[in-house]
Design a protein around this ligand. Structure first.
Ligand SMILES: [Zn+2]
Length: 478
């Protein structure tokens, strides 16, 4: 249901966040949104999004899209604005920028794109909307009355979403369409995002032709859609004039053939293998290999192997994996599948040895770390799991998932102080400060901590309480 998420994001998340906070928004004397305000608003929306089932939180896919996005940001644009890219499990072709540099990409967009430069083209366009402060300007233009009515409608949509009453939901969605029109980018915004996007794409070493190529692909797709344009086109209207404009810009740039990374191909295969019905995915990859219809044979073999793991055919999966490793370049994504196959087949010791070996080659790899810790926990080895978490936290001290795993490991060892301390750190990083405070209070009450642990936890509790107070003062909390 592509519509559902589009509404949540563009229509509901934004006004709801406005409704709950930033009381000076409707104040005419408060002329413009600062970057800090915009970032905080974005973080607030992200809290809602992270809790939503539609997020595709797969570590490998998320790291991949961030590597492309950050390459564009680092070499392509002169902004110090931090960016975060995330994926939505949705077959439709869409991408969107939220306030504060948060950029969402639908899995359907990655499947539709035929080259890495096409994906980069869409990301560059979204990045440009942020760096050119189009969203901030859009927020500024919202009149007080508009913000109020947006907020009211947002509440209705929220209610409709929570209830199972389809008719009520339909009414709310109908109203939501009205909001959407108010939140669309202007034609000038679009032209500017295209212009700046092409520059970003070029400077980051991608093929700038990726952008017009993807636009054309979108247009062809539009003709096939019975029910109207893909969602991307509704938020970024695409006209013939706009496509011609981008083509002209790109023609002046020197021709450059950029080969796709193996990660691009593997990640696309992974999305299909994981998100489609296992049988359908299996048939797709079998047909693609039989007819030799693929962009990368290694990726199709990867997809076939991953689908076989999902259907539980480990014997065949093992054979395909051997074939895959014979043709694929070295990649942690392939190796992670190898270890995952051992886990699925119930060969626990071999699986643990596999993760140990592969993590030595790719230290700090998120997906491998999570899966290794999970395998250790499930194998009843919480001590070993906690050691791996500790190493992971050294390179990623802000990773809430590592804290969640740390909490689970400590719970298994019946260390209640450490369990709640870690749970609190996870909540703090998820932006749920009051829940974090609560966990620290529980930890302190266990009476298990020594003097140093106790004073450390008390200091952290004071810090968190100050942050809660700050949020309250800024009106970011109801
Ligand atoms: Zn746009």
């Amino acid at each position: 249901m592509r519509l559902r998420y589009l509404l949540i994001l563009l229509l509901f998340a934004l006004p709801r966040a406005l409704a709950e906070g930033l009381p000076d928004l409707g104040d005419a004397s408060q002329a413009s949104f600062t970057s800090v305000q915009e970032r905080r608003l974005g973080e607030r929306i992200m809290r809602e999004i992270r809790a939503d089932r539609s997020v595709y939180g797969d570590a490998e896919t998320t790291d991949y899209i961030n590597s492309i996005g950050n390459r564009l940001v680092a070499r392509g644009s002169d902004t110090r604005q931090p960016f975060e890219f995330f994926l939505i499990n949705d077959n439709s072709i869409n991408a969107f920028a939220l306030p504060g540099g948060f950029i969402g990409v639908h899995t359907g967009l990655l499947l539709a794109a035929q080259s890495e430069s096409e994906v980069a083209g869409v990301l560059a366009h979204e990045i440009a909307h942020v760096t050119q402060r189009h969203i901030a300007r859009m927020l500024d233009q919202q009149k007080r009355s508009a913000v109020t009515s947006l907020a009211a409608l947002a509440v209705a949509i929220l209610a409709a979403r929570a209830s199972s009453d389809a008719a009520q939901a339909a009414i709310a969605f109908g109203q939501a369409g009205v909001i959407q029109n108010q939140l669309n980018f202007t034609r000038d915004n679009e032209r500017e995002a295209d212009r700046v996007g092409v520059q970003i794409l070029d400077r980051a070493g991608f093929d700038p032709r990726g952008m017009p190529l993807f636009f054309e692909r979108l247009q062809r797709a539009t003709r096939l859609y019975e029910g109207g344009a893909p969602s991307y086109l509704r938020t970024h209207p695409l006209t013939f004039e706009r496509i011609a404009d981008v083509q002209n810009r790109v023609e002046n740039l020197p021709y450059r053939q950029i080969p796709d990374s193996i990660e691009f191909q593997l990640i696309r295969a992974k999305i299909r293998a994981q998100l489609e019905q296992p049988r359908e995915a299996l048939t797709f990859f079998e047909a693609s290999l039989a007819q030799r219809k693929f962009l990368s044979e290694a990726a199709s073999r990867y997809g076939l192997t991953a689908s076989l793991v999902r259907t539980g055919d480990y014997v065949r999966a093992r054979k395909e994996l051997t074939a895959l490793r014979g043709i694929a370049p070295q990649s942690p994504i392939v190796e992670n599948l190898r270890c995952g196959l051992l886990v699925a087949a119930g060969e626990r010791d071999e699986a643990l040895a596999c993760y140990r070996e592969v993590l030595r080659r790719y230290p700090g790899n998120r997906a491998l770390t999570y899966d290794f810790v999970e395998a250790l926990l499930q194998g009843g080895q919480p001590d070993a799991a906690l050691k791996v978490v500790e190493i992971g936290l050294r390179s990623n001290p802000e990773d809430y998932r590592l804290y969640l795993l740390q909490s689970r490991g400590n719970a298994m060892l019946n260390r209640r102080f450490a369990q709640h301390r870690a749970q609190g750190e996870a909540y703090a990083r998820l932006g749920n400060l009051s829940a974090a405070v609560e966990q620290l209070q529980i930890a302190l009450k266990t009476g298990e901590a020594d003097f140093y642990q106790l004073s450390g936890a008390e200091a952290r509790l004071r810090e968190l309480r100050q942050l809660v107070e700050l949020e309250r003062k800024e009106g970011l909390k109801p």
